[in-house]
Design a protein. Structure first.
Length: 223
């Protein structure tokens, strides 16, 4: 294939990312990921920041993971540090898929506690993947301050992130189990239950934890 043909194909693929139809954008992202080229990286990252369709965003992330991390990670880190909410969320999501520990430098406590739910959730998922050895307890301490936040889906995301860290989360959970907020206590208890018994459903763990809290119980006591 000549250079001029490759250039034409690249232009068409990048134009496809901006098409009005999600199916066309999806095919364009698939084509780019199938034939990675560093010229695509900027366009993929830019599209992630504004793409409204979930399936297309997932394909954009996949396409980025097909390129060299040495090229994609710096671009994604810039998005995390200076982009809007969707740009940051999608960049963090992609970084969690790449798993490059250079991403850790951008995952600050402020990001982990971001007011935007999607940004925070993406930061949690990325953080537990790229956290350096030995820094897991500190990460667990920050994440535990979010216990009780949001609706059920948000709480499940946090529990899953914490459980990924393993037993190091227990000191932070014990502190949360004595929090003045009953919702925080229940979420901490449910997370501890899931850590001990991964087969327990989150809904069951939460309802059981709420019952224990309502009865004034402590971990291991059911009234």
């Amino acid at each position: 294939m000549t250079r001029s043909v490759r250039d034409t194909d690249a232009v068409r693929a990048l134009q496809g990312l901006a098409d009005d139809h999600p199916s066309v954008r999806l095919r364009a992202a698939l084509a780019i990921g199938t034939s990675p080229d560093e010229r695509f990286i900027g366009g993929l990252v830019e599209r992630c920041a504004i793409e409204p369709d979930f399936s297309v965003r997932e394909m954009l992330t996949w396409a980025l993971t097909r390129h060299s991390p040495s090229l994609t990670v710096p671009e994604l880190l810039r998005e995390v540090r200076s982009g809007g909410a969707q740009a940051r969320s999608q960049a963090l999501h992609t970084l969690s898929k790449i798993g490059d520990r250079r991403a850790w430098s951008a995952i600050t406590p402020a990001l982990l506690t971001d007011a935007d739910d999607e940004v925070a959730r993406s930061a949690w998922r990325a953080a537990v993947v790229v956290v350096p050895d030995g820094e897991e307890p500190e990460l667990a301490a920050v994440l535990s301050t979010r216990l009780g936040r949001g609706a059920r889906e948000m709480q499940l995301s946090l529990s899953r992130a914490l459980i990924t860290l393993g037993e190091v989360i227990m000191p932070a959970l014990r502190v949360a189990m004595n929090d003045l907020d009953p919702q925080v206590r229940a979420h901490a208890l449910a997370t501890e239950r899931l850590l001990r018994d991964p087969d327990t459903g989150f809904e069951f763990a939460v309802e059981e934890a709420k019952r224990i809290v309502a009865l004034g119980g402590t971990p291991g006591q059911e009234g």
